[in-house]
Design a protein around this ligand. Structure first.
Ligand code: ASP
Ligand code: MG
Length: 442
């Protein structure tokens, strides 16, 4: 079985939905299990509808959501009444919220948010049927997606996996399943967090041990770097999960790695593909870097994160102060601020953070350990590829940057050879990316 997940833009118009149906139809032999997001913009609209309704307002948003879906149905020449049951249910929810008037709970909000995917799954299933592919729309909970009751950010219950497998394997028509939503054991509707449809695809793909999980989006896949800075950027055809994590953390916004973790744990490859260029190869994310390393012989992608602040902490106690490092980290734990990079010397430690909301308190506590200085306006460059730690690669990186007089600090190379990261001045970021891209990719 092949899991195929289509994001909000991929189901964002009648034309896009027709494209989705054609893509699924072409792969019908691979037994597709389709997962869909809401039509783009609809989840946001539902949240506003929930807010306005619970303020007692007579919101116009219901009509606009209704109109948007009705237009799509008409354009696809599907029955105008296909989603009537869902709209009646949503209207009841609106009325109840208006009558109750008051604080909007996460639980009620999740019920509102669930309608985007419930509607799009029916429309995509209808379009497939019209194209001659037997298909049926399902809310994920009907197929076993049970979650905990952390409304707004829930996770699947362990028993979901076996249930999903049993129910999905038994289906004859192509299932078109709602991403993003589930139900608690008690029967309350939950959501998996914004952008959660990828998570649904990974959970289902892992449960049924799919041959692959395809994430269909409006981009070609992971690129060698941000094409807005380097127009020559190309698609990276394969990445290990760890590499995708590094790139995503340091700026690439293609996929949130957390959402595909269940697939990686079960060794199911994840492909990122473009709905609007269905013949592209896209990017495949495989679970093991160790395996990939033997195939990959170059530096393959770069990302960057701006708005970085460096904290230098100097203390003679670092000489023999065992335990000083622990105290230092505890400061960041206490103020819930995560550290991105760290570099140490005998008498000092340098750390980078991107969230400076609690900077004052952090500095206050660090001053109890040593002398602290703050440097703002920095950026982190991150590069991945199988040969990052091969002889000469680091030399080439820093020689090229040196030739262009770009100073580098806090160099950090993951021991596993997954990535190389370092800090440059924010104003040098774009130039550094161009130089390195030219040296290693072009
Ligand atoms: N529709 C949901 C959202 O906009 C889930 C998703 O698109 O993945 O967050
Ligand atoms: Mg979305």
């Amino acid at each position: 079985m092949l899991v195929m997940k289509f994001g909000g833009t991929s189901v964002g118009s009648a034309k896009a939905i027709a494209e989705v149906a054609a893509i699924v139809k072409a792969r019908v032999k691979q037994k597709p299990v389709v997962i869909v997001s809401a039509v783009s913009g609809v989840t946001d609209a539902l949240i506003r509808l929930a807010q306005e309704s619970s303020e007692g307002k007579n919101s116009e948003i219901f009509e606009s959501i209704h109109g948007k879906h009705r237009d799509i149905l008409l354009e696809l020449q599907l029955s105008e009444t296909l989603c009537d049951k869902e709209f009646a249910e949503l209207q009841t929810l609106v009325k109840t919220a208006r009558k109750r008037k008051g604080k909007l709970t996460q639980k009620t909000l999740d019920s509102f948010k669930s309608f985007g995917e419930r509607l799009s799954s029916l429309i995509v299933a209808g379009t497939l049927k019209k194209a001659g592919v037997p298909a049926r729309g399902f809310p994920a909970w009907e197929l076993g997606m049970m979650t905990n009751d952390v409304f707004g950010d829930s996770d699947p219950l362990p028993e979901s996996s076996a249930l999903l497998k049993k129910k999905i394997s038994a289906l004859k028509p192509v299932p078109v399943i709602t991403g993003f939503i589930g139900k608690t054991k008690k029967g309350d509707i939950t959501t998996l967090g914004r952008g959660g449809s990828d998570y649904t695809a990974a959970i289902i793909g892992a449960a049924i041990k799919a041959e692959a999980i395809q994430i269909w989006k409006e981009v070609d896949g992971f690129l060698t770097t941000d094409p807005r800075i380097v127009p020559e950027a190309k698609i990276v055809h394969e990445l290990a999960f760890e590499e995708a994590c590094e790139l995503a953390y340091f700026g690439a916004k293609v996929l949130h790695p957390k959402t595909i973790l269940p697939a990686m744990e079960k060794n199911v490859p994840v492909q990122v593909l473009n709905t609007f260029k269905p013949n592209g190869i896209g990017t495949t994310i495989v679970s093991s870097f160790a395996e990939r390393r033997h195939k990959s012989h170059s530096v393959e992608a770069f990302s960057r994160k701006k708005g970085i602040t460096i904290l230098h902490v100097r203390s003679p106690e670092f000489f023999d102060g065992s335990g000083l490092m622990a105290k230092l980290f505890r400061v960041f734990e206490k103020h819930r601020t995560s550290i991105d990079l760290i570099a140490t010397s005998v008498v000092s430690v340098s750390l980078t953070i991107d969230n400076t909301d609690r900077l004052e308190k952090i500095v206050h506590d660090l001053q109890l350990l040593g002398e602290v200085s703050i440097v703002r306006g920095k950026a982190i460059l991150c590069m991945v590829g199988g040969s990052i730690n091969a002889a000469g690669v680091a030399g080439r990186i820093f020689t090229e940057l040196g030739k262009h007089e770009i100073p580098v600090e806090m160099i950090s190379q993951a021991a596993s050879g997954v990535s190389m990261t370092f800090v440059v001045d924010e104003c040098d970021t774009e130039r550094a990316l161009k130089i390195l891209h030219q040296e290693f990719i072009e």
